[in-house]
Design a protein around this ligand. Structure first.
Ligand SMILES: *[C@@H]1O[C@H](CO)[C@@H](O)[C@H](O)[C@H]1NC(C)=O
Ligand SMILES: *[C@@H]1O[C@H](CO)[C@@H](O)[C@H](O)[C@H]1NC(C)=O
Ligand SMILES: *[C@@H]1O[C@H](CO)[C@@H](O)[C@H](O)[C@H]1NC(C)=O
Length: 341
């Protein structure tokens, strides 16, 4: 355990995030590659440094050994490796550094797609004088994520239990928590209880790596609502009400009509096919996630029959009730035929 703690401290001061196991010499007959760690977990966006060294017989009977090529690869087989330096997925992010004792592979701005097994290979002037350090180093790039485990709404806010989750970090690192962009708690374990107001957003980071926080978790912003097609709505057409809200985790949506308690639909879109004047009214979209709820209203006005509103005012006033009445009869008739109640 002491060993683990020390490794962690070193990791936090340096670039690498957490090293899970240490040093394996992979060698035969003087040929070998040593990696200081074979399992590495790193946070997305950070930089990893993989330290290694390699050995080879300094000469054979016939000649002095010279290293002609060195490379790291994740793709291709031993005999056809794709050098990370020429792999377009790593352009500008990879560096091979070496001094007499220490060699380092450095990868910056880590992406989740960098999660792979990395192997070092070198080729010499000797016959069959090439060597690959297998099985290599497993790098896992994780992003942090705030999980809301429980939430309980009260008068002075919501009491939440949160967890800072990652796919590969062990439980023992220290975390910091940020509320509305400000660090509020340091050195916590991965879970904590917190009192939050509806407008608060919260994120977590690994201590020492505050510059790579998780995305923040927040209640839905007031949803934006729209009608499609836009413009005047005429009866007997099909209309879709759309609701969307910025939220993390993503919001779920429900549509209600004013004065009708019943749920119209759940989901972004509420489609009314064959719309009728009695569909006019106020509709609510409620956006909800485990941090909170927000709603917006949309006013829907259905015009009776295409073209009627173009008529002169007086005529329209006389004509409209007639049209409504005939539409009413038509609907009644149609519904009779369909056998609905
Ligand atoms: C979280 O809060 C900070 C500070 O108030 C703000 O700058 C940021 O935009 C907020 N993020 C979201 C998604 O609301
Ligand atoms: C919702 O409706 C919009 C506009 O009609 C459409 O572009 C979108 O694909 C629909 N989304 C879903 C999930 O049905
Ligand atoms: C919409 O929000 C208002 C104000 O927050 C609230 O009083 C009302 O109950 C909400 N309506 C629905 C249908 O959730």
């Amino acid at each position: 355990m002491r060993g683990a703690a020390m490794r962690l401290n070193t990791a936090v001061r340096g670039f690498v995030v957490v090293v899970l196991s240490v040093s394996v010499v992979q060698s035969q007959d003087g040929w070998g590659v040593t990696y200081t760690s074979t399992q590495i977990c790193a946070v997305k966006g950070s930089t990893v440094e993989i330290k290694y060294s390699y050995t080879y017989p300094s000469r054979t009977q016939y000649q002095i050994t010279k290293v002609q090529m060195k490379l790291w690869f994740t793709k291709g087989f031993d005999h056809q490796p794709v050098d990370l330096k020429s792999d377009s997925d790593y352009t500008g992010r990879v560096e091979y550094r070496s001094n007499q004792k220490d060699c380092t592979l450095r990868i910056t701005e880590l992406r989740e797609s960098d999660s792979a097994v990395y192997k070092f290979r070198f080729i010499t002037n000797q016959q069959r004088g090439s060597y690959t350090g297998s099985p290599g180093v497993t790098l896992t790039v994780t992003d942090l994520q705030v999980q809301v485990i429980t939430s309980q709404h009260g008068q002075d806010g919501t009491q939440v239990q949160l967890k800072c989750h990652s796919s590969c970090l062990p439980d023992h690192p220290s975390y910091v928590w940020m509320k509305n962009g400000q660090v509020t708690l340091r050195e916590t374990s991965s879970t904590l209880r917190y009192l939050l107001f509806p407008e608060d957003n919260i994120s977590c980071a690994l201590k020492g790596h505050e510059e790579f926080p998780s995305p923040s978790v927040y209640a839905p912003k007031p949803p934006s609502v729209s009608v499609s097609p836009s413009g005047e709505i005429t009866e007997a057409t099909s209309v879709t009400l759309t609701c969307s809200s910025d939220a993390n985790p993503a919001a779920s949506y429900t549509w209600y009509k004013e004065d009708e308690d019943s749920l119209k639909t759940s989901g972004h879109n509420f489609t009314i096919s064959n719309i009728r004047p009695e569909h006019s009214g106020s509709y609510y979209c409620v956006a909800h996630n485990n941090r909170g709820t927000h709603n917006s209203t949309l006013q829907l006005t259905v015009a009776a029959g295409a073209g009627t509103l173009e008529a002169a005012g007086v005529t329209a006033a006389v004509l409209l009730p007639v049209i409504f009445f005939s539409v009413f009869l038509w609907i009644q008739k149609k519904e009779d035929v369909q056998g609905t109640c």
